[in-house]
Design a protein around this ligand. Structure first.
Ligand code: UT7
Length: 332
């Protein structure tokens, strides 16, 4: 039994937060943000729009595009670091309920920006073992709920959104997921951290006063490590599978910063046409970043059935992951 990437869906909230808007909120400029990150706008969920709501919209689309009923899904995995609740019930349970999917296993994965590819590896293992037939994997984030909009070093980067995919069983090896490498190094935990709430800092007045509920990042250190790790990760997976970077029509890196993507693409001698970019319009949507980018090329007609995708991601933990797989859904 093999696992195939059967269908993709995504959702971006309608509210746009532009660089011009941020200029009015913190000491920054459109020019600085564009030059240092490649981001010109990001989407922000409304107050009553939650991570699960965005996940549900992306999931409904993916299930429909797979030609399945909601009742065909036998496992739901949601990757998020901005769950509806800290930490019960899981956002996967909330999503399952909103989709009317009952009596199946549902759980969350916390691997920050690498979460979607981590979820992909879990889905692959469940399907290949014969335990599940159609796994729904979701990357959904309401990152605006943990961003301090007075901190110019982080608030310019992140946005909200969701992406989802259906991973299904197949006997046809030619359409199966080829390989996934996922890894972590917890010694860099302090590079990207949301200190509270948690068992170290339960909710308290001190948490509120010191803003410990907001994401904190060592930006420059993270940047350098991201370039090194992403490049090595891609080289390793291509070498192991005897594929040249030139043979990849769709290199889909985590959309954190255009300069990181450019440095990795250059190190791999990739042509600009091979590299998928959504960072300019969505910013960094963490676990939603990769599936939103896949959906972008799918909906624009750029991604065709059978074409190879190379996913590469990096995030808090620190975690990182790459995946090599053909798109096994129907061309739109
Ligand atoms: O998804 C998880 C992975 N996350 C990432 O990959 C993020 C990686 N990091 C980055 O993308 C970049 O490090 C940033 C975009 C966050 C920052 O860019 P940088 O080129 O590394 O800048 P820097 O932190 O070295 O700061 C340079 C200067 C500083 O001023 P001084 O000390 O040189 O006077 C900062 O205070 O830029 C200043 N600065 C800003 N200026 C205007 C920092 N943020 C801003 C801002 N507007 N928003």
């Amino acid at each position: 039994m093999y696992a195939k990437f059967h269908a993709i869906g995504a959702y971006a909230p309608s509210k746009v937060l532009s660089n011009a808007d941020l200029e009015k909120m913190v000491d920054t400029t459109d020019e600085w943000i564009l030059k240092r990150t490649g981001i010109s706008q990001r989407r922000i969920a409304s107050d009553d729009e939650y991570t699960s709501d965005m996940g549900v919209k992306a999931s409904s689309l993916a299930i429909k595009r797979a030609g399945l009923e909601h009742s065909d899904i036998d496992l739901v995995v949601c990757a998020t670091v901005t769950p509806d609740y800290f930490n019960m019930p899981s956002t996967a349970c909330v999503i399952s309920d909103k989709l009317g999917i009952y009596n199946v296993q549902a759980f969350d994965i916390s691997a920050a920006c690498s979460g979607f590819v981590y979820a992909l590896s879990v889905a692959k293992a469940f399907v290949e073992s014969g335990m599940k037939k159609h796994v729904l994997i979701v990357g959904a984030e309401k990152f605006s709920s943990i961003v301090d909009y007075t901190d110019r070093t982080t608030c310019i980067l992140f946005g909200d959104g969701a992406g989802a995919a259906v991973i299904s069983a197949t006997n046809d090896k030619s359409e199966s997921i080829i390989d996934i490498h996922a890894s972590a190094d917890g010694s860099y935990a302090d590079f990207l951290v949301t200190p509270a709430p948690g068992s170290i800092h339960p909710v308290s007045q001190q948490v509120i006063d010191e803003g410990l509920n907001f994401v904190q990042m060592k930006g420059n250190e993270t940047f350098k490590l991201a370039v090194r790790t992403l490049t090595k990760d891609v080289k390793d997976i291509l070498f192991k599978n005897k594929i040249d970077s030139k043979e990849i029509p769709h290199f889909i890196p985590h959309q954190a910063n255009y300069r990181i993507i450019k440095a990795v693409g250059d190190a791999l001698k990739m042509d600009e046409k091979q590299v998928v970019l959504t960072v300019e319009k969505y910013g960094n949507t963490s676990a939603a970043s990769i599936p939103m980018a896949i959906n972008d090329i799918y909906e624009s007609g750029r991604l065709k059935k059978g074409e190879l995708m190379l996913l590469d991601t990096f995030g808090g933990g620190l975690t990182w992951a790459s995946a090599l797989l053909p798109f096994a859904g129907e061309t739109l």
